[in-house]
Design a protein around this ligand. Sequence first.
Ligand SMILES: Nc1ncnc2c1ncn2[C@@H]1O[C@H](COP(=O)(O)OP(=O)(O)OP(=O)(O)O)[C@@H](O)[C@H]1O
Ligand SMILES: [Mg+2]
Length: 277
Amino acid sequence: MKRRQLLKVEGLMLRFGGLQVLNDLSLSVREGQIVGLIGPNGAGKTSCFNCLTGIYQPQGGRVFFDGRDVSHLPTHRRARLGMARTWQNLGVIDALTVTENVMLAQHQRAGYSALAGMLGLAGTWHRERELRRDAAEIIEYFGLEAVADERTGELPYGVRKTCDMAMALASDPKMLLLDEPASGLSPEEALGLADTLRELRDRLKLTILMIEHHVPLVAEVCDYVYVLNFGELLTEGEPAAIQRHPEVIAAYLGGTAEPTEPPEWPLQPEGAPHGTA
Ligand SMILES: Nc1ncnc2c1ncn2[C@@H]1O[C@H](COP(=O)(O)OP(=O)(O)OP(=O)(O)O)[C@@H](O)[C@H]1O
Ligand SMILES: [Mg+2]
């Protein structure tokens, strides 16, 4: 039996002035899947995430999440329904500790503002204690205990990325939208990420949509892949077929879409400044 669609996107149209960033983009993610969204720099991947999470309001198209039309809901309402994301440029606040960052992210579901919690206003104290305990569990899950009280700005990049992921988890989501989780990681860290993603899916029953340039990671963990080029869907399918697709190869390397011998992976988009966009 096919699992139900947790996320469904129909005909997204996004323009900035004369620039058509997304053109009739449709995709879907079934519950329990890890789905990749790949494509060259500037293809519109992050813009797509911004439309899904309500940061950008597209000129056309609809977004359905968990059976609801969320197209016109603001970001925080979509987050409450179970969408969480990480950021290409990291969502952590450098001046806060790991624990503080995770607790800040938890306030999506706390039922009161982070400020009320920090000031210890009436009714927040018990809940705050619960949140602190949950934060400690999330921090332990990601192996961040040793740095829990350190300011994130002082931590190595890979650790800050892990903290960003912990923050996404802190809102107790159904779905994670990850924007280049492997960028800036060492090859060993990227490999470890594959295990983490599978565990998030299998143990925590999360559904994942992931933007990623690191094609070996995509090939290893994704059940299905969408390829975006100039705001349009170039192709979609299982990772093995995508890697051999002549148009995908052409889109990444430039030039023609003549079928050739598959090149060595990973293909790096020309001049890709990973994680710096
Ligand atoms: N707020 C904005 N205003 C104007 N143009 C924008 C805005 N956001 C995105 N764009 C443009 O939309 C296009 C797609 O950008 P986007 O960041 O979505 O690409 P991407 O696929 O995530 O690229 P990368 O792999 O480099 O992260 C780019 O030409 C970008 O300049
Ligand atoms: Mg991007």
